[in-house]
Ligand binder design. Structure first.
Ligand code: ADP
Ligand code: MG
Length: 251
């Protein structure tokens, strides 16, 4: 199925932010090829910012993120649902077919095999019969299934998911979690922003605990300890959104 594995993602003293205000400070480390990582932290801790940095939507202010030899178009990225424009007049089958773009180009001809792959992906997420429905008629859980079907079609070695389970029903969450595990079994690299600590602990081998800088990073069971979570809370209480650039690092 999948042709090649994603290279490791290397963070070389990366600082990411907006308009001179840091959102992620001095991140160093590596997400291993084929690993499955939960990114956990309170609201505003820089989780989405980090994902956007990996995707290349945000350039680091300092340092760099290396994903050697992987074209950014080969990354599957699922933004937070709140950021998806649902009024865009597009059907389920059209949305899932967008996953073909990196291979076919915008005007490339879609083959019978492509159509079959799209139909298979829609079936896998349990949405057969919904092909012609427009996105604005779907529930949050159904929309998330559509977006997962698009990821299936993309067939990427690196998959980034920003809060894939927020505001969706439990049965959809369970179904999509199984798909994520399948991607992991296929040796793809998976990074998912999560709010559910139990889910991170039980189903994700690795966790990166964020509070604008990494608090802990490694095996989930060693990272998600009461001591680290307490530290996380005390750090997030001291955030100052108006702080100048890298004040904490300097002081
Ligand atoms: P999380 O995903 O962990 O909730 P974010 O990465 O979205 O956190 O945000 C981290 C910080 O960056 C917050 O202080 C947030 O207000 C700020 N931020 C996020 N997006 C923008 C933006 N587009 N412009 C300015 N500041 C932003
Ligand atoms: Mg976020």
């Amino acid at each position: 199925m999948q042709k090649r594995q994603a290279p490791p993602i290397r963070f070389a003293d990366v600082t990411l932010g907006y308009d001179g205000h840091p959102a992620v400070h001095h991140l160093r480390g590596e997400i291993a090829s084929g690993s499955m990582t939960a990114v956990v932290g309170p609201n505003g801790s820089g989780k989405s910012t980090l994902i956007k940095g990996i995707v290349g939507l945000l350039q680091p202010i300092d340092g760099h993120i290396d994903i050697e030899g992987l074209d950014r178009s080969q990354i599957s990225y699922l933004p937070q649902q709140a950021n998806i424009d649902r009024s865009f007049p597009i059907s389920v089958v059209e949305m899932v077919s967008l996953g073909l773009w990196p291979r076919r180009g915008m005007f490339g001809s879609v083959t019978a095999a492509d159509k079959e792959q799209v139909a298979d992906a829609i079936a896998t997420v349990g949405l057969t019969g919904f092909e012609a429905r427009t996105l604005d008629t779907l529930s949050g859980g159904q929309l998330q299934r559509v977006l997962f079907a698009r990821v299936l079609v993309q067939d990427s070695p690196l998959i980034l998911l920003d809060e894939p389970f927020t505001a969706i029903d439990t049965s959809t969450a369970n179904h999509l979690m199984d798909l994520i595990e399948r991607w992991h079994d296929e040796n793809r690299t998976v990074v998912a922003v999560l709010h559910d600590l139990d889910l991170a602990r039980e189903r994700f081998p690795q966790t990166l605990l964020m509070a604008r800088e990494p608090i802990a990073w490694g095996a989930s069971k060693e990272v998600l300890t009461p001591a680290n979570l307490l530290r996380l809370r005390s750090m997030s209480e001291s955030w100052d959104d108006t702080a100048p650039w890298c004040e904490r690092a300097a002081g």
